[in-house]
Design a protein around this ligand. Sequence first.
Ligand code: SF4
Length: 329
Amino acid sequence: MEWFDVHGRHLPWRPDEDPYRIWLMVVMLQQTRVETVLPYYERFVMTFPTLPELAAADDEAVLAAWKGLGYYRRARNLLAGAREMAASYNGRVPEAPEALERLPGVGRYTAAAVASIAFDAPAAAVDGNVLRFLSRFFAETGDIGNAKVRARLETLAASLLPASGRGLHNQAAMDFGALVCAPVPHCDTCPFSGACAAFSQGIQADLPKKTGKTAPLTEHHLVARIRDDSGRTLLHRRPATGLLANFWELPNVVQAEDPAAAFLSAGLNLEILAELGEVRHVFTHRLWVLHVVSARLIRQPADFSRYQWCADPHEATLPRAFSKILELD
Ligand code: SF4
């Protein structure tokens, strides 16, 4: 805590902060850096200042407020969670980690972080940074991808919780893992070096042990930037299930040698005009390589129900992979 007072990343919470805002921030911080999150957080709470206001919002408004943060599944889960809290918890964030864990998109870590920060609940929030720190401090040489090893480290984390101020303790441990016991550890400035088992054995660079990490799957797609005579862009709504479900996108197909034939077999009769470039986008386990062409629609598809012409696609809530393409203009 002494280290955290001086070096910690203090988030914009007052001691009596609304648990809704804490839940929102913890969800936003999943997979996204603090500096990136802060302006989005401010904008989101201006739009939806309270949990009941979020619960009453429609999907499009919430996705628009989330636009730019990526990982849109988090926004959908947030809205579903708010609706569930409105229906089952009187419009309030439940205090028990077990109840939080039953909300959509809330795992063990998020439940513990929210419960400890908002309600001082005795729950250890063990993210990747804390796991790394603890595995080194206790010289845990087992694979942290193994459930038993992970459970062992989570039990150790719980045993270190103080009698009060658990939320700050959890934040301190996470920040310490992120900033000092980082992937390349800063042992020379670490206040724990005298007690750290990995450091005393000189094995800190080898920990934590993690095997079985799979490389992201690479997928190549052809994407068409189709404009009509008045400059409008054709958008397509993605399927109702799977990755980026129901989002608007630029029409695309799996890459093929003959782009016009590939689009035709997907129901779009196009004249390919020019190659515009290549855009790459990384998801958690997937890399999309998008080969972009400009094109003209020769004939409108018989079923146009999942298409629309859009005067300004910059204003549409396109996933980041596709809004990057607009930057090719
Ligand atoms: S001494 Fe090094 S390995 Fe051990 S806790 Fe500190 S930074 Fe991490």
